[in-house]
Design a protein around this ligand. Structure first.
Ligand code: SAJ
Length: 422
């Protein structure tokens, strides 16, 4: 086996589970992160993110001596870069984290090492990473200049795991292996085969980059279609959820579900990496992004109409006496992750503009983020139902789906997930 020591750069939602899974296969793993606090937490055998079962796997890996975290890279046989690739204000991809990760590992690289870029990246990022490495280490040869004879092997192998199911999907999903040369791909396969039970399929680095972007753009376009339908149906007085379930009975139709918008750190971001490279050719992908990004404002307008409706029915009251409850803050059901969450931004916007009380309810969140604390009250489902006049359903958490029509009969409902309407 060519890999005794494996280093994972970036110990976030993808890097940490990946490091832990290698360690659970009894490889020596060095996890590297710029955040000292993250490193300290992991070295205590604990975790700083929420992902089912990850705490147990990390705890075992650290106490058995297979996983160790550090703020500085050390020599290893393989390096996996799993750092964020956000976009800048103009939707241009920001590769600065990949650049600093490359610069930080360059001094410890040695002949025969494998470097894999796992971060979701615009097309060309792997070649760019290889160029940064070559610039920092003129004494080593790289695939872009030396092909199959290079000292260092480089590949792009995008992660495709679903938050909430990361440990299972890391092992079971098929893996796209985009080597810069055939030998790069073969070495990358032998690394992933340490834990991957799915198939490892070889392609080139550019296709692998585009493959990951295509998967998430395809989902974004699908969700945009559902969101657009929901706005059309609202105008035409048709129940969109009934409509979609009927249309989906057709053997070749499979429409996704509308919601308050698209959240998370992947689907709302990755399509822009395609648009920024090929703006003229990416009209559908851009429009889908715009449709999904417009949905939160549409929901906020619906809430305003609901307040007006309430005041019309209760002429003795003013807006200051109307309590609005936002059910759900996470970016999707049954998790606590609020990153890029449309539910969170809708609740925040309501709290900023509504004269009365705004309440939030989320069974997976115990403490509100600082930014919300003095604007919103966090209540239990029961208390929120007792006190609120308008209920804005933003996330289809299982606890909300269990509510019966009797529980919610007195409120005006703005239901963005259709759980009270099917
Ligand atoms: N959503 C809808 N309607 C739907 C499905 C989803 O409104 O019918 C919304 C969700 O509520 C959420 C957003 O879309 O706000 C994204 O959720 P998701 O479950 O579709 O995806 P993520 O962001 O958790 O994970 C995606 C996955 N990609 C695909 O399914 C193609 C995952 O496999 C990727 O690894 C991940 O992005 C990533 O890291 O890129």
């Amino acid at each position: 086996m060519p890999f005794t020591t494996i280093s994972v750069i970036g110990l976030g939602y993808i890097g940490l589970p990946t490091a832990a899974v290698f360690a659970s296969r009894k490889k020596q793993v060095i996890g590297v992160d710029v955040n000292q606090n993250t490193v300290d937490i992991i070295n205590r055998g604990q975790i700083h993110i929420v992902e089912p079962d990850l705490d147990m796997v990390v705890h075992a890996a650290v106490t058995e001596g297979y996983l160790r975290a550090s703020t500085h890279p050390e020599p290893a046989d393989a390096f996996l870069i799993a750092v964020p690739t956000p976009f800048k204000g103009d939707h241009e991809p920001d590769l600065s984290y990949i650049e600093s990760a490359s610069t930080s590992i360059a001094p410890v690289l040695k002949k025969g090492d494998l470097v894999i870029l796992e971060s979701t990246s615009p097309v060309g990022a792997t070649e760019q990473m290889a160029a940064w490495l070559a610039e920092a280490r003129p004494d080593l040869s790289f695939p872009q200049t030396h092909g199959e004879d290079s000292d260092i092997r480089i590949a792009h192998c995008p992660e495709r795991v679903l938050p909430g199911h990361v440990l299972r999907e890391l092992v079971q999903n098929d893996r796209v292996i985009g080597g810069m040369t055939s030998k790069c791909s073969q070495l990358a396969i032998s690394l992933y085969k340490i834990f991957v039970q799915g198939e490892c399929i070889v392609t080139n680095a550019r296709t692998a980059e585009m493959c990951k972007l295509t998967e998430n753009s395809s989902r974004d376009v699908g969700i945009a279609f559902a969101n657009e339908l929901s706005m059309i149906c609202d105008k035409l007085d048709i129940n969109v959820w009934e409509l979609i379930s009927l249309a989906n009975r057709h053997p070749r139709v499979n429409i996704l579900q509308p919601g308050p918008g698209v959240g998370g750190h992947c689907i709302a971001v990755d399509p822009w990496f395609i648009v920024s490279k090929t703006p003229e050719q990416s009209q559908l992908i851009r429009t889908a992004r715009e449709v999904n990004d417009s949905k939160p404002q549409w929901v906020i307008d619906k809430v305003k109409l609901a307040v007006a409706e309430f005041l019309q029915a209760n002429p003795d009251k003013t807006a200051r006496e109307v309590t609005i409850s936002c059910f759900g803050l996470a970016f999707k059901p049954d998790i606590d992750d609020m990153r890029e969450s449309p539910a969170f931004s809708i609740a925040q916007k309501i709290a900023e503009t509504h004269a009365g009380i705004t309440v939030a309810v989320d069974p997976n969140i115990d403490v509100l983020p600082e930014i919300m604390k003095n604007k919103i009250q966090l209540l239990s489902i029961k208390n929120a139902l007792e006190t609120s006049d308008i209920l804005v359903l933003l996330v289809d958490h299982k606890e909300f789906k269990e509510l019966s029509k009797n529980d919610i009969k007195k409120q005006i409902i703005v239901d963005t997930r259709g759980i009270f309407q099917q």
